[in-house]
Write a new protein. Structure first.
Length: 275
């Protein structure tokens, strides 16, 4: 853990869940190396939640596939288990973070940007339901109480869609069940991607992963869904917006979370994006 992350014990709790107890060498090695840090909690998943339809043949690589296969449903249930562990952790926010992603560190610190991002969100709309700052099941920030509520929704609907679809369906209030909790609260879309994908295969698809946006690339549709995405055409000078549903539009929040030279002169730094 380099100098950038020192002092995290006062600001951040990292919850690391091993979904293959006793069999995950990377987890064991990481715990041996970093177990001394009090802000990191190490948990073995006891597989509390059973897959109710383990023999289903739904597969994302088939032309008409719309429902998750066995591996994807298992991933959703593992997320539910992880969220159960958050109950007793003293935090204000929860951010989802998979082990084949890493926080961007250049040309700016994504960790520092996250602090500024949540501060800006609270300053402009304290009632936000989620903030999107990366893609897939990563870089989704929620208030703790909302994350716990999403866990209940994910458990009930995990057989129907993959988790990175269900989470958007939930915070965008796209079903009557989701709308009962979310009501008129709205998500926020951050302009820049703060997490780098380092894996090559996916639980969601057996094929090799395609191109993903790199660090501090614009995080826009179609990389993520329109109902959660920042729109640079509507907010050309800003980096955070509240995404309204009816009609679909971005409500821009002024003042950048990054140095003004970055947002005002993007071409000058284009060679740094995506690293």
């Amino acid at each position: 853990i380099n100098a950038e992350y020192m002092g995290l014990d006062k600001k951040v709790v990292v919850l690391v869940v091993n979904n293959k107890p006793g069999k995950h060498l990377a987890f064991i090695n990481a715990r041996n190396s970093f177990g001394k840090y009090s802000f990191i909690i190490w948990i073995e998943n006891n597989q509390k939640y059973n897959n109710t339809t383990p023999n289903s043949d739904f597969n994302f690589n088939r032309p008409n596939a719309g429902k998750p296969n066995n591996g994807v449903r298992r991933q959703s249930l593992d997320l539910v288990y992880m969220l159960d562990q958050v109950v007793n952790v003293n935090v204000k926010y929860v951010m989802f973070y998979e082990d084949d992603f890493e926080l961007c560190s250049a040309p700016f610190s994504a960790l520092k940007t996250l602090y500024l991002l949540t501060e800006k969100a609270e300053r402009n709309d304290k009632n936000w339901i989620a903030i999107r700052c990366s893609f897939g099941m990563n870089g989704i920030i929620m208030h703790k109480k909302d994350a716990l509520e999403f866990g209940k929704y994910l458990l009930e609907h995990h057989h129907r869609r993959p988790p990175d679809h269900l989470v958007v369906e939930w915070f965008a209030a796209e079903t009557p069940h989701a709308a009962q909790y979310v009501g008129h609260r709205l998500p926020m879309g951050y302009r820049w991607n703060l997490m780098k994908h380092i894996g090559r295969t996916s639980t969601l698809r057996s094929s090799m992963s395609g191109q993903f946006p790199g660090c501090f690339k614009e995080l826009v549709f179609p990389t993520i869904f329109e109902v959660e995405a920042f729109d640079p055409k509507q907010c050309p000078e800003d980096d955070l917006c509240t995404v309204h549903r009816h009609p679909l539009r971005c409500h821009c929040w002024p003042n950048s979370t990054l140095p003004s030279i970055w947002t005002n002169a993007p071409l000058q730094y284009e060679h740094l994006r995506g690293t």
